[in-house]
Design a protein around this ligand. Structure first.
Ligand code: FAD
Length: 485
């Protein structure tokens, strides 16, 4: 029997456990133990229910076009709990000189594909609009080296596009900056489009034309998918379907050694032997654990940096609900001099999030330029968020409740050269039999990518999963999530 240790019980490690469980159920001779250092599973995926509202501490949803999260939800029997974003009401604003300006129609990420909205938007100055027009003549260019997202965007649309759109969008997803994130790792399609077409605008339109007309005319899927009572459902759903005896919370792995073809895992004061390891911890933690075994691999993992994030959720009554602009929320460019990076109008973005007479706002702070926010007290964070919301949205009302969640070192930063680093990591990893790496440090920071990384790690160690169609019956009870605020 193959003995496998999974280290890290966030969604990546849980996904690995679930797909190993499927293989076990299919008769593959394996056994696994999942070690989690904190007192609950889920990592940054955690939901609370407060005052009739669903409060997400970490991820609130996942991109529908990446299928692996939805597949997992189906595999654990939660298909009927999947909900789509309310895209008919989708509208996002950017704060420009203290005013909310709606992102114009036809802007795909930061590539304008419709003429009139791009001309008339107050989001950009006339010089940027001129750059947008000239961009259509951009010649194909195959960059030899990786570069920052800012460098590519500036080349096509100028610096204002970086400040007003690229940076705020990337700080929302990665907690990072366009000036340091790798275009090849973060926006590989843009690098390919530039190489083939030159103009990103023309490339987008060509891609759309190439789509089969049935797909072009089909009703688009919602951009985001979530779970009816919160993303925690996904964590609990997995926990209910894996081997309970294999799950250990408050069990940090302190030491990992590879001796004579056997992995030795030290946790809870004891050392146990395993044939294989799924490392599903953030890269710095993986780096320390692997240092004794493979220093070069540890150095490469240690070079992947992380930023921190703070989310603040505020619940309000009908007065605020009535006064808010329509839409999903707004992004705040750094140049606006605010501490908040973004604010989501949660009650609009998804159904089932708040009673109909309530407003639920979720604000993001932190990111690579504001690690100091972690040392600010929760009360002070709420105060500064309320002050900024007063300036931006004229909200003076007292919130019915507030919740603050601090996520230290939670967002991996794919800096320039990330993909080459992954190649080196892969080569070094292969020199250690039975080691698989999963998590948000590698090929995608979003929930679906993390789930895929866990599934691939399980398959690599124990063989490919059969097509998962049958739902494994839920165990008698699931591990109770602890509050982590
Ligand atoms: C505030 C926030 C909002 C986000 N929003 C979205 C979103 O809306 N959509 C989306 O797709 N993605 C979102 N993300 C990204 C996504 O949620 C994460 O990338 C993903 O959840 C990471 O999962 P993971 O399992 O790889 O890592 P983690 O969740 O970090 O889990 C790693 C686990 O390893 C444990 N651990 C660490 N060291 C040890 C050790 N030595 N021994 C044992 N255990 C250890 C930790 O305690 C932790 O539980 C968001 C992230 C954050 C922080």
């Amino acid at each position: 029997m193959k003995r496998i240790a999974i280290i890290g019980g966030g969604i990546s490690g849980l996904s690995a456990a679930f797909y190993l469980e499927i293989l076990r159920g299919d008769g593959v001779s394996l056994d696994y133990t999942l070690y989690e250092s904190s007192n609950r599973f889920g990592g940054s995926m955690f939901s609370e229910h407060v005052d009739g509202c669903v409060v997400e501490a970490g991820p609130d949803s996942f991109l529908t076009e990446k299928p692996w999260a939805e597949t997992l939800a189906r595999d654990i029997g939660l298909e009927d709990q999947l909900i789509g974003s309310n895209d008919a009401q989708r509208k996002t604003y950017i704060l420009v000189n203290g005013k909310l300006v709606v992102i114009p129609d036809g802007l795909m990420f930061m590539v304008p594909t419709k003429l009139l909205p791009a001309i008339f938007t107050p989001l950009f100055s006339w010089s940027t609009k001129l750059r947008m027009a000239v961009e259509w003549l951009h010649p194909p260019r195959r960059a030899k080296e990786d570069e920052t997202v800012a460098a590519l965007v500036k080349r096509h649309y100028g610096p204002e596009m970086v400040d007003r759109l690229a940076d705020p969008l990337l700080s929302g997803v990665y907690g990072g900056e366009a000036a340091s994130l790798s275009v090849r790792a973060v926006l590989p399609r843009f690098a390919d489009m530039e190489a083939k077409h030159g103009s990103l605008g023309r490339a987008m339109i060509a891609a759309r034309k190439k789509m089969p007309s049935a797909i072009r005319r089909a009703k688009p899927l919602p951009l985001f998918t979530s779970m009816k009572t919160g993303m925690q459902q996904m964590v609990d759903g997995v926990l209910a379907r894996v081997n309970r005896a294999a799950l250990r919370t408050s069990s940090p792995v302190r030491e990992l050694k590879f001796r004579d073809g056997v992995w030795q895992v030290t946790a809870d004061g004891a050392t146990e032997a395993y044939d294989a390891i799924v490392s599903a911890v953030p890269a710095p933690a993986a780096s320390s654990l692997l240092r004794a075994t493979q220093a070069e691999l540890a150095n490469e993992l240690g070079a992947i940096t992380y930023s921190s994030s703070v989310t603040v959720t505020l619940g309000y009554g009908k007065d605020v609900l009535d006064a808010l602009p329509p839409g999903f929320g707004f992004l705040v460019p750094r140049t606006e001099g605010k501490r908040m990076l973004a604010c989501t109008f949660v009650h609009t973005k998804f159904p089932h999030r708040a009673p109909p007479d309530r407003a639920l706002l979720r604000v993001f702070l932190g990111g690579s330029r504001d690690e100091q926010i972690l040392s600010v007290s929760e009360d002070k964070i709420v105060e500064l968020v309320r002050n900024e919301l007063r300036d931006i949205l004229a909200i003076n009302a007292e919130p019915r409740f507030s919740r603050v969640y601090k996520w230290k070192g939670a967002m991996a930063q794919y800096s320039v050269g990330h993909l080459q680093r992954l190649d080196r990591i892969e080569r070094l990893r292969r020199s250690l039999p039975g080691l698989a790496l999963a998590g948000n440090a590698y090929r995608g920071i979003g929930v679906p990518d993390c789930i895929l990384s866990g599934k691939k790690a399980a398959e690599e160690i124990a063989g490919p999963s059969p097509r998962v169609t049958e739902v494994i019956p839920a165990a008698a009870s699931s591990v109770a999530p602890q509050q982590v605020r």
